[in-house]
Design a protein around this ligand. Structure first.
Ligand code: C2O
Ligand code: CU
Ligand code: CU
Length: 506
């Protein structure tokens, strides 16, 4: 079975880079694209937005077909925003009013969702906001949340995995007074570097292999970082911050350095932590972001890798489906700076004091969500059904249980940030518990209790989504809908104007 052989194969890879007991297998060949010279890490272009007289920050995105040299010297057909593959980094400030004019130049319907953003449901870009081929859509909203690293990607029901896999993904950086005053590396592309990690599998002639594994959908066997395989980054400074996005459809990455050096987590999905957390590895699942800071010695070489995860995330060692927790990959080779790069000062111990806040539990509405195979609470996604109605502007407690004994899930909620208040059956030290999140990995037979703070935009007519962000699970029906309404009001879904102009909401 190919799944098994992949595990054996990549386990062997660890031996190549780490002097471990696995070195015996070090004759295994690396994944395609990782067997030759490294290439310089591309940095997604930072979008130069314009401010109009009314103070609105404008962005224009075009979803389009194209191609990219993901593998050296091979042209692979892909999709991208404003280019052949992936999309520019959008940057905005807390308090900004933003507007994005999106054109769909693909030959199929898509949507664009702002993952991690608090915003009105009509602007959220979920499955109810189709942009037909040749069509356009112009959501606008106000940035009301703290600084964070978010991302944007399509969300057409049943097709999200495929659209993301082909390359429709980009990063969003939100700034605020706190993030601007904290002494963290902050020069985009220099010492504050986005890493958009996808995975791919290739056909013999180097095209994206879109065959669906019955258990793992479009999971790839080759990591792709900022659009290419086998990248290297030439650091100019001795301290670098990486904003890492797991944009893969199904793959978890256990981030660590080849020499197991300690590094610091400074931010999670929804922004800066109260204080840096020192770790030797960080597990990320599909959809999650983490901001890490690593110190480098002049002239050294070190690799950012995904390393095998101790405990296999609670999956049996001989699980019939291999979710890849034991795989090992190089993600990025980092060359240290030159000798004259100044030594960094101490890392600030205070990042965002406000991040310590914990949502209130007293008098909160408590809800139960049971994840099992492709369903939530025994139901598959139905675009005409409202599963949850939120009618009070205060935190809610969502208890989410993974009933599967042999599958992980990665639960995501739109229009909110949450804190993990409890974590049962915790098989690994979870970055999830360090700070504010919007997506959380739940091991087999595990459960999380989330204190959820929604963005308050009452609208009975358009739903937001909650779902597993392992996109094959989501596309197979593991998703539900909620509306936010005024107290006592009821949900009343109305079709949105597809492919159209601005939805008519005040
Ligand atoms: Cu990243 Cu419902 O999405
Ligand atoms: Cu989302
Ligand atoms: Cu899942």
């Amino acid at each position: 079975m190919t799944v098994i052989s992949r595990r054996v194969f990549f386990r062997g890879m660890v031996g190549v880079f780490a002097a471990s007991a696995l070195a015996a297998c070090s004759t295994q060949t690396p994944p395609r694209g990782y067997d030759g010279d490294t290439r310089p890490l591309p940095v997604p272009e930072l979008y130069e937005s314009t401010l109009d007289d009314a103070g609105t920050r404008h962005f224009t995105l075009k979803a389009q077909p194209g191609s990219a040299e993901i593998l050296p010297d091979v042209r692979t057909e892909t999709w991208g925003f404003n280019g052949g593959f992936l999309g520019p980094t959008l940057r905005a400030h807390r308090g900004d009013h933003v507007r994005v004019d999106i054109a769909n130049e693909l030959d199929t319907m898509t949507t664009v969702h702002w993952h991690g953003m608090k915003l009105p449901a009509w602007a959220d870009g979920g499955p109810h906001s189709p942009i037909e081929p040749g069509g356009a859509w112009s959501p606008e909203w106000e940035i009301i949340q703290p600084a964070a690293t978010l991302w944007y990607h399509p969300h057409p029901h049943g097709e999200t995995g495929l659209h993301c896999y082909r390359g429709l993904a980009g990063m969003i950086i939100l700034d605020d007074e706190v993030s601007e005053s904290v002494a963290l590396p902050s020069e985009y592309g220099v010492d504050d570097v986005p890493l958009v990690i996808l995975d791919a599998k290739f056909t013999g002639d180097g095209q994206l292999d879109e065959s669906i594994d019955p258990d793992l959908g479009l999971i790839g066997d080759t990591p792709v970082v900022n659009g290419i395989t086998n990248a290297h980054f030439d650091a100019a400074t001795r301290r670098v911050r990486f904003r890492v996005l797991d944009g893969a459809t199904m793959r978890f990455y256990n981030l660590a350095f080849s020499d197991h050096r300690p590094f610091h987590v400074v931010g999670t999905d929804q922004g800066l932590l109260e204080t840096p957390v020192q770790v030797e590895y960080v597990l990320m699942g599909p959809g999650e972001r983490v901001e890490i800071v690593v110190d480098l010695e002049p002239g050294e070489d070190v690799r950012l890798q995904s390393q095998p995860l101790d405990g296999n995330f609670g999956l049996p060692e001989d699980n019939p489906v291999d979710f890849g927790f034991q795989d090992a990959f190089d993600l990025l080779t980092i060359h240290g700076p030159s000798d004259d790069a100044p030594a960094p000062g101490p890392l600030p111990q205070e990042l965002d004091p406000a991040a310590a806040a914990v949502p209130e539990r007293a008098n909160a509405v408590e809800r139960e969500f049971v994840l099992n195979t492709f369903q939530i609470n025994g139901r598959s996604m139905d675009m005409s059904r409202v599963d949850v109605t939120v009618d009070r502007d205060r935190p809610e407690i969502w208890r989410v249980t993974n009933e599967n004994a042999d599958w992980p899930h990665n639960f995501h909620i739109h229009d909110c940030r949450f804190k993990v208040l409890e974590f049962d059956n915790n098989h690994v030290a979870q970055v999830a518990t360090y700070g504010w999140k919007d997506t959380v990995a739940i091991p087999p037979r595990g459960a999380v209790t989330l204190g959820v703070e929604f963005g308050w935009y009452p609208d009975p007519s358009v739903p937001y989504m909650f779902h597993c962000h392992m996109l094959f699970h989501e596309d197979s029906g593991m998703m539900g809908q909620f509306v936010i309404v005024e107290q006592g009001q009821e949900a009343d879904l109305k079709p949105m104007s597809g492919g159209g102009s601005i939805h008519d909401h005040a």
